[in-house]
Design a protein around this ligand. Structure first.
Ligand SMILES: NC(=O)c1ccc[n+]([C@@H]2O[C@H](COP(=O)([O-])OP(=O)(O)OC[C@H]3O[C@@H](n4cnc5c(N)ncnc54)[C@H](O)[C@@H]3O)[C@@H](O)[C@H]2O)c1
Length: 300
């Protein structure tokens, strides 16, 4: 039997263990997970959900105040979370956080490469985006995923296998709006290809690699756009109003926890047969947009 068949058999066995049937459907007992961008929004929801399911989480983020707040909140509820200042644009930081996981817990099982920004590039058309703005968004959203997976893979291999996910976007596969998302779209298309490629390189090591593509979510992501406080407040109010309409909204907005569920599934042994894939967690936003377009041509 070759290496890859063995690896899959191991994963399939894990999915069938008695523990799966006896305990919660998704469980991460004894797993150690790093979550980049874990101090806010979707990353925070992933940290909360994973620790509720028994994982020990390491929050890898540049926002020290929010990182400390999330770890305190999780620990107060009996979960296990630690914050380590980590900038995904810095190789030394990524190396250090992986090393920290192994030194502290003796292993690393899961990497969630979630940190992402829209950046100031998201206020202009592509031809007006400056070199520095372009470089920064690519460095966080694309290179940051590469660094997370690159430095985590050997540690997860040493632990005997595990799972990695990236956070993409509907902008990983579609042009979803003309709302100045050119640089963001380029970074997210790239990160999706990278995720699938890592899956192809790592399946023989029992390391599954998948992507979650959120639609709209109520988070702090537009803080990185450099908007005025008034613009930011108007954007947030629009999302809050849409969130209240639930999936009935034309373009639904999620509570980040709804999207974190997809990361949980893909990082659990229940997803033992799934690698190199992406899940759109968008409340039907894309099909509704497509349907609205079709209706405008064909009528309802
Ligand atoms: N909010 C949405 O509508 C939406 C939609 C689709 C995809 N996404 C994706 O979801 C992911 C999470 O974003 P969010 O919406 O929760 O935003 P958020 O701003 O609430 O959280 C992102 C976190 O990433 C951190 N971060 C930024 N740069 C970093 C760096 N260099 N190193 C480490 N951490 C860094 C921030 O400090 C923040 O805590 C991103 O990849 C984003 O592209 C968001």
């Amino acid at each position: 039997m070759d290496k890859s068949s063995n690896a899959h058999q191991n994963a399939a066995e894990k999915a069938k263990t008695g523990a799966t049937a006896k305990k919660a459907m998704f469980r991460l007992d004894n797993k150690v997970a790093i979550v980049t961008g874990g101090a806010s929004g979707l990353g925070r929801a992933v940290v909360e959900l994973f620790t509720e399911q028994g994982a020990r989480a390491i929050i890898a983020d540049i926002n020290d105040a929010r990182g400390a707040e999330v770890s305190e909140a999780v620990n107060a509820l009996g979960g296990k979370a630690l914050f380590i200042h980590t900038d995904v644009t810095q190789a030394d930081d990524m190396r250090a956080v992986v090393q920290y996981a192994e030194q502290t817990y003796g292993r690393l099982d899961i990497m969630v490469a979630n940190a992402g920004i829209v950046g100031t590039a998201s206020t202009k058309i592509l031809e007006n985006v400056e070199e520095e703005e372009w470089g920064h968004i690519i460095d966080v959203n694309l290179n940051g995923v590469w660094r997370a997976f690159k430095y985590a893979a050997p540690a997860i291999r040493r632990a005997g296998g595990g799972a990695m996910t990236s956070t993409g976007s509907l902008s990983s596969r579609h042009i979803v709006s003309e709302n100045f998302l050119g640089a963001y779209t380029a970074s997210k298309f790239g990160a999706l290809g990278l995720t699938a490629y890592f899956a192809s390189e790592l399946f023989g090591d029992d390391i599954r690699v998948n992507c979650v593509n959120p639609g709209g979510m109520l988070t702090n992501i537009y803080e990185s756009a450099g908007w005025s406080p008034e613009q930011y407040a108007a954007w947030k109010k629009g999302l809050e109003d849409t969130l209240e309409q639930g999936n009935k909204a034309v373009f639904p907005v999620a509570d980040p926890r709804e999207v974190a569920m997809a990361h949980l599934f893909l990082c659990s042994d229940e997803a033992s047969f799934i690698t190199g894939q992406s899940i759109d967690a968008d409340g039907g936003g894309f099909v509704k947009m497509f349907s609205a377009g079709a209706r405008s041509v064909f009528g309802s």
